[in-house]
Design a protein around this ligand. Structure first.
Ligand code: GDP
Length: 438
């Protein structure tokens, strides 16, 4: 089983060459129809496979071009053979992402939507997928377009003042412009914040499991891994030459750094020393600090604990299944969870805690926009920079036409997110909204 998709002007002629419908009929007649038949080798007349052919006519297709999909019923050999015939009949192999690229070029989707298709394919967890899907629906585009419209409003007011300098720009409209501009900066700040959160889903939370030897770090790791069916991927570390492993906790990808090393030596602290540990931990987003319930928090534990940033640390009291406990097992200001890694008890509570700390009370709500794309984040920061520049030049005595450059730049930057065109669009908008020539 497999589907071969052909798109473009030559899609129908290519399919014509290799497809023999079961009942002689004009399969190209109606759009969005399925036709039963066979793929036949046009040079030998040999039947290759039994297929269903889907016919979709431009413009109501994914690419807005004519599209034919051949649903092959045989195994991998007939599928390959059909592919060979399709190529021989005049098609060529699509580049990666080419169907989506064409959908964008032909105006069916905008850039954010095209990019979300890639994110969907790459999403690490279901939550990442949800983020990508909401982007596909156009939530981000709508926000950006709304912001752009507001920026144009300001620009139009400025342009009017530049074109008709004899009409003094009154203080009221000046205040109005300032207020609008500040609101836009605020909105951009929110979106940039959303991008920071989006990073969680794109890159995952860098997590370190630490603690003295034999407290149960490896066992905890195994318990976490064992619970989650999805060990998502093994990627080479980006900053250091280590293997990182991603596990999925409630949809949040946790990137466990150096777990291979951890498992081998079973002891990060001993291996590299407290001083080095501190350095290593500085780059982490989440610390799981394991102690032994049986032994309580020892002096050494406390020493390590003091080097860990409290807001990112969870104290894990392991081996609660061992009957007697000694020592103190509470620490001020650090959330703690009691578990038995060996018996798999308390792991769910730990997951609750992790989720709580990372999401700060739930970041993925259906309405919330999350920016998971680095390109978008970079553009938002740039657009915000221009707007902030404009706001501060409002305070100074800067010529209007110079100020309008910042506004324009901000508008254009945002357009790079959706891929909207630039100058013509801009002029059209200004003239349709304001009757300057009146
Ligand atoms: P690490 O050196 O911190 O990685 O510790 P390990 O995970 O290798 O565990 C050290 C020892 O403690 C092993 O013998 C484990 O079986 C045992 N252990 C780990 N977790 C628990 C637990 O929850 N209960 C009990 N009773 N033993 C545990």
């Amino acid at each position: 089983m497999g589907i071969i998709r052909i798109s473009g002007e030559k899609a129908f002629p290519a399919a014509e060459k290799i497809f023999r419908p079961a009942r002689p009929k004009n399969w190209q007649g109606e759009s969005h129809r399925l036709h039963y038949g066979h793929v036949v080798d046009f040079s030998t007349g040999k039947v290759i496979d039994e297929v269903l052919l889907t016919v979709m006519k431009s413009p109501y297709t994914y690419t807005r071009e004519n599209v034919v999909e051949i649903n092959c019923h045989g195994g991998i050999v007939p599928l390959r053979e059909t592919m060979r015939l399709v190529l021989a009949a005049g098609a060529r192999l699509a580049d990666p992402g080419e169907f989506t690229k064409r959908a964008f070029i032909n105006g069916r989707i905008d850039l954010t939507q095209a990019e979300s298709v890639i994110d969907i394919i790459r999403s690490k967890t279901e939550a990442s997928l949800k983020v990508a899907l909401s982007q596909l629906e156009g939530g981000l585009s709508a926000r950006i377009t709304f912001l752009q419209d507001n920026i144009l409003g300001i620009l139009a007011q400025l342009e009017a003042a530049i074109d008709f300098p004899e009409d003094d720009v009154d203080i009221e409209s000046y205040r109005e412009v300032q207020k609008k501009a500040l609101e836009i900066v605020k909105e951009l700040d929110l979106l940039i914040d959303a991008a920071v959160k989006g990073k969680i889903y794109r890159e995952g939370i860098r997590t370190v499991i630490t603690g003295r030897p034999n407290v149960g770090k490896s066992s905890l790791l195994n318990a976490l891994l064992g619970r989650e069916r999805a060990i998502v991927t093994c990627i080479p570390g980006t900053t250091r030459d280590v293997i990182e492993e991603t596990i999925n906790i409630r949809g949040i990808p946790l990137v466990l750094a150096d777990t291979a090393g951890l498992r081998e030596t079973s002891d990060l602290v001993e291996k590299i020393g407290v001083e080095k540990t501190r350095e290593f931990l500085a780059g982490a987003d989440l610390m799981l600090f394991v102690v032994d319930a049986h032994e309580g928090i020892t002096l050494e534990d406390r020493e390590i604990l003091q080097t860990l940033p409290g807001e990112k640390t969870i104290l894990i009291i392991n081996k609660t299944d061992l009957a007697e406990r000694t020592g103190v097992i509470r620490e001020e200001n650090i959330p703690s969870v009691e578990i038995s890694a060996l018996k798999g008890e308390g792991i769910e509570l730990l997951e609750d805690k992790i989720e709580e700390i990372i999401t700060g009370g739930g970041i993925v709500t259906p309405e919330s926009i999350i920016i998971s794309n680095v390109r978008h984040e970079e553009i938002l920061i740039r657009a915000r920079g221009h707007m902030a520049e404009f706001c501060s030049s409002l305070e100074e005595n800067i010529p209007l036409d110079l100020m309008s450059i910042d506004i324009r730049n901000s508008w254009e930057a945002l357009g790079e997110i959706t891929g909207s065109t630039v100058t013509e669009n801009l002029l059209d908008r200004i003239f349709s909204d304001f009757c300057i020539g009146k």
